[in-house]
Design a protein around this ligand. Structure first.
Ligand code: HSE
Length: 428
């Protein structure tokens, strides 16, 4: 039976889960995959942590040089994270002809062109299923499952922390700050929550996934990004009354006008399959010209779910002699032929505070009309506090575009009769 040696760099949450999965399932893979996958080497600057999860003393390496010089190591798994030593270690492994499996979304988003060039130069693989949406096999689906299609759209809940926070806000009416504190207490959100709540994590993943789906590089810089810090529980509640659920969506569309790539809070109809993806769960909803709609759902993070993705790449690399690289020209920046749409079309939910007197509604509608924005629905609400001199007005629009909505909002704010309190894009 073919024997394949693996080294794991970093045995924290994901690396530890990878070690456990490979050790616990070794005989299972011998039977089902006809390959003996052996953890040969582990590098972690916390030796105690490595020993505590059962790494044998003799497998502990003391440097990356020792790992990559080990002739029994065929595949190097990087589960350190970030763009510091992780990048240097991966390059060192590739230069020694080792195939690399990584769970590192930021590194793949920003540097996959450079890493892939090195992998090709040394005829070794570079696989990163675990970089996007944890245990959900979205990368293999894009590479192997739906390649018959032109993928026209992708909508994903691809950050579990923000989905947990928004689910709490929707279910208990909690404000953002309180829901964030609860997410931090439970260990979903980090002490510094920026990467998740400001949409960076989702944008790294969207860059990787939309590049694959649309067969052209979609760099991080081309992604419009808005996080969830400004989301108000009151908008989630008003949206719910109108039949909408608020999610932080990562959206990629390939239209005749070009590619749209954006991450922002979005209302979707509460009947949409993505609306029932709650708590820290993730899902990706894909549309292809032949297959129509597909949804993949599961755990986007966590030790064993992410290890499931890492190990699936290890097994692929261990059982295939052919190497699979990106299905697009993997460059640092977008190719000059690729058009990106910044002024994209969307429907909108708008919450205004307006004076409650005759003629105000007509004037507000007149301003929307002047910018070509057609209205689907208007709901005037009662005063939120007795002392308020204005009332909330909720407007749902037909499809318009970003510039028209920004201009209309500025005009309303300058008019003195009302103020735009929040704008949420709506996907129908
Ligand atoms: N922090 C991410 C999330 C998991 O909340 O989904 C790793 O990408």
């Amino acid at each position: 039976m073919k024997r394949v040696g693996v080294a794991i760099l970093g045995v924290g949450v994901v690396g530890g889960g990878t070690f456990k999965t490979l050790v616990d399932h070794r005989e299972f893979y011998q039977k089902t995959q006809n390959v003996d996958i052996v953890v040969e080497s582990v590098l972690d600057n916390n030796r105690e942590r490595a020993l505590s999860i059962g790494v044998p003393e003799e497998a502990l390496a003391s440097s990356i040089a020792e790992v990559v010089a080990n002739p029994n190591v065929d595949i190097v798994v990087e589960t350190i994270g970030g763009c510091g030593v992780a990048k240097d270690f991966i390059l060192a492994a590739l230069r020694q002809g080792k195939t690399v499996v990584t769970a590192n979304k930021e590194l793949i988003c920003k540097f996959s062109h450079e890493l892939e060039r090195e992998a090709k130069r040394n005829s070794c693989g570079l696989y990163y299923e675990a970089s996007c949406v944890g245990g959900v096999p979205i990368i293999r689906t894009l590479l192997d499952g739906v390649q018959a299609n032109h993928i026209t759209s992708m909508m994903g809940i691809i950050n579990g922390t923000t989905n947990y926070i928004l689910t709490q806000m929707a279910q208990s009416g909690a404000q953002y700050e309180d829901a964030l504190k609860e997410a931090q207490r439970l260990g979903y959100a980090e002490f510094n929550p920026t990467a998740d709540v400001d949409g960076f994590d989702a944008s790294y993943k969207l860059s990787i996934l939309s590049s694959m789906a649309f067969h052209t590089k979609v760099p991080f810089a081309k992604i419009m990004r808005e996080g969830i810090r400004e989301v108000k529980a009151t908008d989630i509640a008003y949206g719910k009354e109108l039949g909408y659920t608020l999610k932080l969506l990562a959206i990629g569309k390939n239209t005749e006008k070009g590619i749209e790539a954006r991450v922002h809070p979005t209302f979707i109809p509460s009947t949409h399959p993505l609306a029932s993806v709650n708590d820290s769960y993730n899902a990706v909803f894909l549309t292809g010209d032949a297959v129509e709609d597909i949804m993949l759902y599961g755990r986007g993070a966590g030790s064993l779910p992410t290890a499931s993705a890492v190990v699936s790449d290890v097994i692929f690399a261990a059982t295939h002699s052919e190497i699979k690289y990106s299905t697009f020209k993997n460059t640092a920046t977008a190719s000059p032929e690729t058009k990106f749409v910044a002024n994209f079309e969307s429907a909108y939910y708008v919450r205004l505070s307006v004076e409650d007197r005759a003629g105000v509604l007509a004037k507000i509608m007149g301003i929307f009309g002047k910018y070509g924005i057609s209205i689907v629905e208007v709901a005037q609400k009662g005063k939120e506090n007795e002392t308020d001199d204005r009332v909330p007005l909720i407007v749902i629009t037909h499809k318009s575009n970003e510039n028209a909505m920004k201009n209309a909002a500025a005009k309303i704010n300058a008019s003195g009769i009302g103020a735009v309190e929040s704008i949420v894009r709506v996907e129908k």
